[in-house]
Design a protein around this ligand. Structure first.
Ligand SMILES: CC1=C(CCC(=O)O)c2cc3nc(cc4[nH]c(cc5[nH]c(cc1n2)c(C)c5CCC(=O)O)c(CCC(=O)O)c4C)C(CCC(=O)O)=C3C
Ligand SMILES: [Fe+2]
Length: 375
């Protein structure tokens, strides 16, 4: 077998995700799992529950992850890469701890983790690493022999993540009425987080206003906007904006919100907007409700034509990117020199989260990083 398809030392890939309810009776226990100890106002929880009930209590995220796993298995098999793919979630079945226990029973000793979050932030990175530490602690308590776990680097600037989104924005532009198309504004969206969390996102040297979180999103937005200009010959104005804010109103979160932004751009005379949710890996509830339902209603009220572009989901180019990331990391672990693949101005992200990366308000053990208490 050619050297390039060797995942040694890894013997499994673990897709680590958020999880979501699969029916009305799941919604409240799911939200309790999500918000345990996170200080989210009751009012907000009631409201978010309604978003899920609007879709019969079914979040699209689990289906999206099943489709991604299928795409990964197909890609790996098609390239002769023999690496089993497992799936575990933070907030809903299949739960991470149960999956990891099964992996141990299957004899997996070196696990590589793919989180369904492309960027640096507490919620998108360290919190998953804390979930891994919690799961390892539980298995250790059961007397099991713990596997060694590594996490794939942030892939926000990998071409297999960016290129499907460029196509998505081009499709959305082409779908707008011709008379407003060239004047369309692009609103790149991502999850709002507390400004304090944004400022401390990424490695310590990237801390500062907006931190790595905002910097990484701006890099991706710029890449997409540049590619769109090259392909259409039109220089569409754009801005990075935020969605899905929760938390208490007196705590500052990243702004502007997409709905306020639509209002403000409409007042400024913009004839149409493409909403491009670059912060998300699939069309889950934050996309289907916060953009496709809430923001779209706002645009209709304004009489502003809008389109929402696709996330990468199970795009085969994304599956191929994951394969490349796995092979790249495996080679690095074997001590081989690799040139990590990345677009944009920031370069490839670190393989191992350094000490102090994306700190939480209340420090807890986190696995798969330089400050992991596990081997
Ligand atoms: C950065 C980020 C991502 C992107 C990176 C990644 O993907 O990881 C993300 C993804 C997601 N967030 C999701 C759902 C929720 N997030 C909440 C709450 C929060 N998210 C936050 C941040 C993020 N969240 C934060 C700072 C909070 C406040 C509470 C806290 O500090 O922890 C709440 C509580 C209610 C509320 O909205 O207030 C829910 C229900 C779903 C599932 C959707 C589905 O079901 O399809 C997904 C993929
Ligand atoms: Fe969230």
């Amino acid at each position: 077998m050619p050297d390039a398809l060797d995942a040694t030392p890894y013997d499994a890939l673990l897709l680590l995700s958020f999880g979501g309810p699969e029916g009305p009776e799941d919604v409240v226990p799911f939200l309790e799992n999500v918000t345990r100890g996170r200080g989210i106002p009751k009012e907000r929880l009631k409201e978010v529950g309604q978003h899920y009930f609007l879709f019969d209590g079914v979040s699209p995220i689990n289906g999206q992850n099943r489709a991604l796993i299928e795409a990964l298995r197909e890609d790996f098999a098609g390239h002769g890469l023999d690496l089993p793919v497992y799936w575990g979630n933070r907030n809903w079945a299949p739960y991470l701890t149960d999956t990891l226990r099964r992996m141990v029973a299957d004899g997996r000793r070196r696990v590589l983790v793919l989180a369904t979050s492309a960027y640096a932030s507490y919620s998108g990175c360290r919190q998953y690493r804390e979930n891994l530490a919690d799961a390892l602690a539980t298995l250790q308590g059961e007397g099991l022999d713990l596997p060694k776990i590594d996490k794939l680097r942030h892939y926000f600037n990998h071409p297999g993540f960016v290129e499907p989104m460029i196509d998505g924005v081009l499709r959305s532009l082409a779908d707008l009425p011709e008379d407003v198309r060239d004047g369309a504004h692009i609103a790149f969206t991502t999850h709002s987080i507390p400004t304090a969390a944004a400022d401390t996102s990424g490695p310590v040297e990237a801390h500062g206003e907006g931190g790595a979180y905002v910097e990484q999103h701006l890099d991706v937005a710029r890449l997409i906007a540049d590619a769109v200009r090259e392909r259409t010959g039109v220089d569409h104005p754009w801005r990075l904006v935020y969605q899905s804010r929760s938390g208490a109103p007196h705590i500052p979160w990243l702004e502007p919100d997409i709905c306020d932004h639509l209002e403000e751009r409409h007042a400024a005379g913009v004839p149409a907007v493409v909403m491009a949710p670059i912060g998300f890996v699939s069309d889950h509830m934050e996309v289907l409700y916060d953009l496709d339902t809430e923001a779209r209603a706002k645009a209709e009220e304004l009489g502003l034509p809008v389109r929402r572009s696709a996330t990468v989901g199970a795009d085969p180019r994304f599956a191929a990117a994951v394969r490349e990331l796995v092979l790249e990391r495996a080679a690095t672990e074997r001590g081989q020199a690799v040139t990590p693949c990345a677009l944009g101005a920031l370069g490839a992200s670190h393989d191992v989260c350094p000490v102090g990366c994306c700190p939480s308000r209340a420090p807890r053990p986190a696995a798969a990083g330089a400050d992991s208490p596990y081997a």
